[in-house]
Design a protein around this ligand. Structure first.
Ligand SMILES: C[S@@+](CC[C@H](N)C(=O)[O-])C[C@H]1O[C@@H](n2cnc3c(N)ncnc32)[C@H](O)[C@@H]1O
Length: 357
């Protein structure tokens, strides 16, 4: 093993020499040593994830956690994502936007730990955003409906549960097609009920945009998590909830906004593809458009983090995101994911956390 100077590490990792010195001083680069007024670093040292964060304010508000299981949910990557939060979060940065909010693992982490002035969330999934709104605006009504569903469902045997589940699924789809499910308390309650009782908590729709996930096998699912719903309702009071495309966030975002983008992942291969959150696809053209939008926000001075899959897991020559985000910092973090749908096996793969600061 050889050694390199801070200047060489800075070049190799694409960050400033000053930043390398700070990371060394913080003890974040194993084996780094100070020689005179210089740092020397083992030449096989990995670039650490930028940890300019993790300084939570002393007073925490009530902890809130996602109310749905969501494909691509970021609960597991939260430890790494937190390390990318700008250190000014909750201080000079008092605005947060999450335009692909899904189950909101990062949203709820931010709401639980930082005092924000204004928060913006959006998603293209109308029923999901209706549920966020109903939790914010009529949590008591929602809890009444959910506790009735729970009281009826839990004592049933498997056969009765099956009949009940498919009846509720039909009703949910009927509201979607015939009713105005975008402003509907019943639809929100069914959305949570189906998420808690369906196979793997998946949300998937067919081409007609009807929810088509079969029943799951949870013995005692929590259908009505009253305390969490009330805590979420309070935390969402200052949150703007939008059903629509991520670009609608543009007028909210300014130089004091932290923006986290978690778009549908670019599929690594045909079997790992999961993009059916809605009837809309998120293909390579959409990924490129998102990168352009990130550039636009970069010019505004916003603090932006984007997550995505790492194509290099399957093809080391695939530079799709390295090219798209060439002017940003690209961090690779390790995640445990389903890697083979046939075997149902999980494995460690790398994922991307791209930062513009
Ligand atoms: C990877 S998931 C987000 C998961 C989320 N971070 C979590 O922790 O649960 C991506 C989300 O983007 C939404 N989506 C897809 N296309 C969109 C678009 N054009 N604008 C906004 N949201 C979109 C999907 O409905 C889905 O909920």
């Amino acid at each position: 093993m050889g050694l390199m100077a801070a200047r060489e590490a800075a070049e190799k990792w694409g960050i400033s020499q000053r930043r390398v010195a700070i990371l060394c001083g913080d003890g974040r680069i194993p084996g780094a040593e100070r020689v005179g007024n210089m740092w020397v670093i083992p030449d096989n040292a990995e670039k650490p994830l930028d940890g300019r964060s993790m300084r939570y304010p002393k007073e925490k508000v009530a902890l809130v956690k996602p109310f749905v299981k969501w494909a691509g949910g970021k609960g597991q990557l939260l430890v790494d994502i937190r390390k990318t939060y700008p250190s000014e979060l909750g201080k000079s940065i008092k605005k947060y936007a999450e335009p692909f909010v899904g189950g909101g693992a990062v949203l709820f982490d931010v709401l639980s730990n930082y005092d924000m002035d204004a928060v913006y969330i959006s998603d293209i999934n109308a029923e999901l955003m209706n549920t966020y709104r109903m939790i914010r605006d009529d949590v008591d009504g929602l809890i009444n409906l959910l506790s009735a569903l729970q009281t009826e469902y839990l004592p049933m045997d498997d056969e009765a549960r099956k009949i009940y589940y498919y009846e509720k699924r039909d009703r949910y789809n009927e509201l979607k097609v015939n009713g105005d499910s975008a402003i509907n308390l019943e639809s929100a309650a069914l959305f949570i009920f189906l998420n808690r009782t369906c196979f793997n908590g998946l949300y998937r729709v067919n081409r007609k945009s009807l929810f088509n996930v079969p029943i799951g096998s949870y013995k005692k699912p929590t259908i009505c998590d009253t305390d969490n719903l009330i805590a979420i309702s309070n935390a969402l009071k200052k949150v703007t909830i939008v059903c629509g495309d991520y670009r609608e966030s543009r007028s909210f975002i300014d130089k004091d906004t932290f923006v986290y983008f978690d778009p549908p992942y670019r599929p690594l291969n045909a079997t790992s593809s999961f993009t059916s959150y809605t009837e809309y696809e998120f293909d390579d053209t959409a990924q490129r458009e998102l990168a352009e939008y990130v550039q636009e926000l970069d010019k505004v001075g916003a603090y932006v983090v984007v997550s995505n899959s790492d194509p290099k897991n399957v093809n080391s020559d695939d530079n799709f995101f390295d090219d798209l985000y060439a002017s940003q910092q690209i961090n690779r973090v390790s995640a445990s994911r389903m890697i083979n749908s046939n075997a149902g096996s999980r494995g460690k793969i790398s994922e991307l956390l791209i930062c513009n600061y």
